[in-house]
Design a protein around this ligand. Sequence first.
Ligand SMILES: Nc1ncnc2c1ncn2[C@@H]1O[C@H](COP(=O)(O)OP(=O)(O)OP(=O)(O)O)[C@@H](O)[C@H]1O
Ligand SMILES: [Mg+2]
Length: 113
Amino acid sequence: MKLIIAIIQPDKLEEVKEELYKQEVNLITASEVLGHGRQKGVTEIYRGTKETGNLLRKIRLEIAVNENFVEPTINAIIKGAKTGDIGDGKIFVLDLPQCIRIRTGETGGVAIG
Ligand SMILES: Nc1ncnc2c1ncn2[C@@H]1O[C@H](COP(=O)(O)OP(=O)(O)OP(=O)(O)O)[C@@H](O)[C@H]1O
Ligand SMILES: [Mg+2]
C-alpha cells in the first residue's frame, strides 16, 4: 500500500477529483494548507491568493491506495492539475504499512478501498 500526498493549486481541485473518479479512486482527504515551492512564493503570486508572508493557499490531497492504483492515481492528479506553469504542485509517494477500517476492523488492502 502507498500513501499519495499531492499539493495542488486550489483552482485545480475539481478537475483532479474528476480525473480520480474516472480511475475509480473515490476515497480522498483534502485539506487547505499554506506552502511555497522553490520560488519561495514570490514569482507565483499571480496564480493564487497570497495568505501570509510568502505562503500561498494550496490544497493537500491524501489518497491511500493498493499498489495497482498507484500509477493511475498519480496520472490522474497530473492530468487534472498540470498547466505547465510554475506552482502546478508536487506529488509525494510514501510506503503505507497499515490501514484499518474502524467500523469493521478490516485491515490492509481490504480496508483501503
Ligand atoms: N520539497 C517540498 N517539501 C514540502 N512541500 C513542498 C516541497 N515542494 C513543494 N512543496 C509544496 O508543494 C507546493 C507546490 O510546489 P511547486 O509546484 O511550487 O514546486 P516547485 O518545486 O517550486 O516546482 P515549480 O518550479 O514547478 O513551481 C508548494 O507550495 C509547497 O506547499
Ligand atoms: Mg514552485
